[in-house]
Design a protein around this ligand. Structure first.
Ligand code: AMP
Length: 531
């Protein structure tokens, strides 16, 4: 079976509407479906010439742009899986993710290539690079076998024959924060993604070829899967929002209006900023007709303002970890009552997935009781790349061997199959939609030679969530907050760098000598005295 293979989407769209704009970037450059198809073919040709295809992984470390989208389709066309890495994140993290993913080739912006090589961990072979972008890498840092993007696109070798493909093949690996310090590679197959896209078409459709999908999420976020592939499935136009524009709500408001975006999908935090600073109430602003958000709770006051600005739009709160794709959904009503204080629920399970609420021992709890949400069905990941034990622990198994993914999220079934979200059962937090394991920040702090003990907690602040780190130094180490933050930026993306760092003589400990997080939470809240 290969009806869900993502490479089919571009083939069909290019056959159906070859001259229709497939993708536009925020600089005004664009590719038609025929051009995108040709570019993807060229990338696939190069990969297969380099012996890379089905069963292989290809990394992506470049800003969101026409090249990145072309590369995604080319990698899928070659039968390989793409492994996108945060283009704005540090080289050490990118290199360790790409090495952990065992990529044979990486498409990297030429300007970033030298830092990737320098940060590459010893012991794993360097991948061959396709160098994208206009800024050239200094010649001495380009390895002999690497290929510039322009050369790949100009190649007139025959396109590879259709590679053998199966829906069960790996389509992409998305690395998310890992509590032990090593990011976890969530493996998703074409069938996993296709199941999700089928649900989108049924529940959120119909879509039109004239739809214009914004692509706000970076490619290493699972939200981008909807943008990239639902758009292509409908031969509509994908409008890319680059990393800088994506964080600038004032300019983003203008951009939405000028580019006539009709489908929007992002984390709630950027929508909350847009409604505050984006000038959405200007006369004649054509609001998107479909607005989707996911990734964190949308505070009700900000959602009410958005609803008032865009009363006609269909709006959905989507929920799901990267490991399951979207797995529950709730339609937001046209008006939000003035006295509503609670956030809207995460909603009902998306068929054909199944959901259950369980206690700490994995037994189903009755409706009305808070428990952990577990999810089964064909959109659920295959597992974590190269980590069979972690994968095993991520699932509960039924007597009939159904695998239920343990989301770690606490929910309550209202008695009618609609779930309310009640936070986490572990130390994972969301900050502006980014998934952060506080343990990964602690691991980064421990990589500093002067750190004796470190504990990290999150607390709510005016802008959402703030990360507070507490550090006890080894004797003689210098207490410098600036140096410690700088150290963190070498290993962590900017959103994980602690907002505050407090040096303590010793960390509060439990009777079993573990870090006492409840006391750290009190310290972070300004209550209680340091030990
Ligand atoms: P990620 O894997 O980055 O998509 O993050 C998944 C986590 O984000 C979930 O396990 C939840 O904790 C949180 N999350 C996702 N969607 C929502 C939502 N609509 N409301 C509240 N939390 C959400």
């Amino acid at each position: 079976m290969n009806g869900h293979h993502l490479s089919r989407l571009l083939e069909r769209a290019a056959a159906r509407r070859p001259d229709h704009p497939a993708v536009e970037d925020d600089q005004g450059r664009r590719l038609s479906y025929a051009e995108l198809r040709r570019g993807a073919d060229r990338v696939a040709t190069r990969l297969s010439r380099w012996g890379t295809g089905r069963g292989d992984r290809v990394g992506l470390w470049l800003p969101k742009g026409l090249e990145a989208v072309t590369a995604v389709h080319g990698i899928l066309r070659a039968g390989a899986a793409y492994v996108p890495v945060d283009a704005m994140g540090p080289a050490v993290r990118a290199a360790s993710i790409l090495a952990a993913g065992g990529v044979k080739v990486a498409v990297v912006s030429a300007a970033l290539a030298p830092s990737l090589r320098a940060a590459w961990p010893g012991g794993s072979p360097l991948p061959r690079l396709i160098l994208a972008g206009t800024e050239a890498a200094p010649p001495e840092t380009v390895a002999p076998g690497d290929a510039p993007w322009a050369e790949v696109l100009a190649d007139d070798a025959p396109s590879p024959l259709d590679p053998p493909r199966s829906d069960d093949d790996l389509a992409y690996i998305l690395f998310t924060s890992g509590s032990t310090g090593q990011p976890k590679g969530v493996m998703l197959s074409h069938a996993n993604a296709g199941t999700f896209l089928d649900w989108c078409s049924g529940a959120l459709g119909p879509f039109e070829t004239d739809d214009r999908f914004a692509s706000h999420a970076p490619l290493h976020f699972d939200l981008s899967v909807l943008d990239l592939f639902l758009c292509c499935r409908n031969a509509a136009t994908l409008v890319l929002i680059g990393e800088r524009l994506g964080k600038d709500p004032g300019r983003l408001g203008d951009f939405l209006a000028e580019r006539r975006i009709s489908v929007w999908y992002s984390a709630p935090s950027i929508l909350a900023l847009l409604v505050q600073h984006g000038g959405l109430d200007r006369p004649g602003f054509a609001a998107p007709r479909l607005v989707l958000f996911a990734g964190e709770v949308f505070p009700i006051a900000a959602l009410r303002r958005l609803r008032a600005a865009w009363p006609e739009a269909r709006m959905w709160n989507l929920y799901g970890p990267t490991e399951t794709n979207v797995c529950t959904a709730y339609p937001i009503p046209a008006t939000i009552p003035a006295d509503r204080e609670a956030p809207y629920p995460i909603g009902r399970v998306c068929p054909p997935l199944r959901a259950r609420v369980v206690d700490a021992d994995g037994r189903a709890v009755p409706p009305g009781t808070i428990g952990e949400l577990v999810i089964a069905g064909p959109a659920v990941m295959r597992g974590y790349f190269g980590q069979p034990e972690l994968t095993e622990r991520a699932f509960l198994r039924d007597a009939d061997s159904t695998r239920w993914y343990r989301t770690g999220d606490l929910v309550r079934d209202d008695g009618r199959g609609c779930y309310e979200f009640h936070g986490r059962r572990d130390r994972m937090v969301k900050k502006r939609g980014h998934r952060i394991e506080l343990g990964e920040i602690e691991s980064a702090l421990y990589r500093h030679e002067g750190v004796d003990r470190a504990g990290v907690v999150a607390r709510a602040d005016d802008s959402g969530v703030a990360i507070a780190a507490f550090v006890a130094l080894k004797p003689g180490a210098k207490k410098s907050i600036i140096a410690m933050k700088r150290h963190c930026t070498v290993y962590l993306p900017h959103y994980m760098v602690p907002d505050t760092i407090t040096f303590l003589d010793g960390l509060p400990a439990t009777s079993t000598d573990k870090v006492d997080y409840s006391r750290l939470n009190s310290l972070a809240a300004g209550e209680g005295a340091p030990p």
